[in-house]
Write a protein that binds this ligand. Structure first.
Ligand code: SF4
Ligand code: SF4
Length: 180
């Protein structure tokens, strides 16, 4: 079992509802966003230029540099592939922020620790979808088991030729994108 997410960039309209829902779900301080939605572009050849929106949560990398870079063991990978941060073990050294090539970790000034998207593992453990998946009215996000060849997410990844962001970094992300 390895939890994964698929985001269809052809459907995303950049409404930021997922960003706000995530902030509410995790009670984040003002300005801390575990799920940024970036605007990419213009891309392409003039005059056929286009732009699109790119939600960027933690990629829950199989080979996670943040886990390797954490000196206290606070950053760790669960058996289901979700990368989490143990608040009690985090000393706020920020080594993991330096190690993460996707820039998805945030320092929480109030708590003095580093935080990030945890794929709403508590909701998944209860059989519920992550808040961002549940909230997206455009159904741009999918959650499922990357180890199950018959799961909807694996079928869609194959059918739509979805791929991770910056696959060349070699961290083997669990988040895939259908690019426009
Ligand atoms: S809620 Fe859905 S459509 Fe809106 S920004 Fe997030 S992924 Fe895109
Ligand atoms: S995206 Fe960054 S924080 Fe998330 S697992 Fe990969 S290296 Fe760690």
């Amino acid at each position: 079992m390895r939890w994964g997410m698929l985001i269809d960039l052809k459907k995303c309209i950049g409404c930021h509802a997922c960003t706000v829902a995530c902030q509410q779900e995790h009670n984040l301080p003002f300005g801390e966003r575990w799920n940024r939605v970036l605007r990419v572009g213009p891309v392409g050849e003039y005059p056929n230029l286009t732009s699109y929106f790119l939600p960027v949560p933690c990629m829950h990398c199989e080979d996670a540099p943040c886990v390797d870079g954490c000196p206290t063991g606070a950053s760790r990978k669960r058996a289901d592939g979700i990368v989490v941060v143990d608040e009690l073990k985090c000393v706020g050294c920020k080594f993991c922020m330096v190690a993460c090539p996707y820039g998805v970790r945030h320092y929480n000034e109030e708590k003095g620790i580093v935080e990030k998207c945890i794929m709403c593992f508590d909701r998944l453990d209860e059989g519920k979808a992550p808040r961002c998946v549940e909230t997206c009215q455009l159904k741009a996000r999918y959650i499922g088991d990357l180890d199950d060849p018959n799961s909807e997410i694996v079928q869609l990844i194959r059918k739509k030729s979805a791929r991770p962001l910056h696959e060349e970094l070699g961290t083997r992300p669990a988040v895939y994108y259908i690019f426009p």
